[in-house]
Design a binder for this molecule. Structure first.
Ligand SMILES: [Cu+2]
Length: 198
């Protein structure tokens, strides 16, 4: 083997070592940044969403306000105790509530919407290896007769792009979208960022 090809192989080796790192760190780093939790010294925030980076995932298209207004109100799913933990923009705020299925069949919650926020997403915080991270939830199933609690450290709705300034004490109307095509509605009370439970 001459010196040139050895150098080329060494270069290839270096690239092979470097490339997976670059590939892994770009998208994951962006997602982690988008969903970073405040676990540090200022970590009183259980869902401390950092501002979304440029590499953050795309927002799924939500139904239009007209489409939501036309949806029938579910006779099965009741949402209560809704509150919002207000985090100063541009960081997202988080919403929590109790969803109770009073019907005889399972209900799947697929999303939420509010006239006060342009972007609302269902999220779930999971804990593994001492780290917590958030993921976008496309459907949360609630069995007949059961309750699903959206609370800090677990399921929550992520609220971004307020359509007007949101202040502590505001009441924010929220609509909850079901896979059946029905909706549920609740008024959510806006609470300070250090609130841990309603
Ligand atoms: Cu979240």
């Amino acid at each position: 083997m001459n010196h040139a090809s050895a150098a080329a192989l060494a270069l290839l080796g270096a690239l092979a070592m470097a490339m997976p790192v670059a590939n892994a760190s770009a998208p994951q780093g962006a997602v982690q940044l988008a969903h970073a939790h405040a676990h540090g010294s200022h970590g009183q925030a259980p869902e401390g969403h950092a501002a979304h980076g440029q590499g953050g995932h795309a927002m799924a298209a939500a139904p239009s306000p007209e489409a939501i207004a036309a949806m029938p109100v579910s006779t099965a799913l009741a949402v209560s105790d809704c509150w919002i933990r207000l985090v100063p923009a541009p960081a997202p705020s988080a919403g929590y509530f109790v969803a109770a299925n009073k019907g005889a069949q399972a209900v799947t919650l697929t999303g939420a919407a509010s006239p006060r926020y342009a972007a609302v997403m269902l999220h779930q915080t999971t804990h593994a290896d001492g780290m917590s991270r958030m993921s976008h939830v496309h459907g949360a199933e609630i069995q007949a007769g059961q309750k699903l609690e959206f609370k800090p450290g677990g399921y929550h709705i992520m609220l971004e792009k307020p359509t007007q300034e949101i202040k502590v004490g505001d009441i924010v109307p929220m609509q909850f979208l079901l896979a059946s095509g029905d909706k549920a509605q609740a008024d959510c009370e806006v609470k300070p960022a250090n609130t841990l439970a309603k």
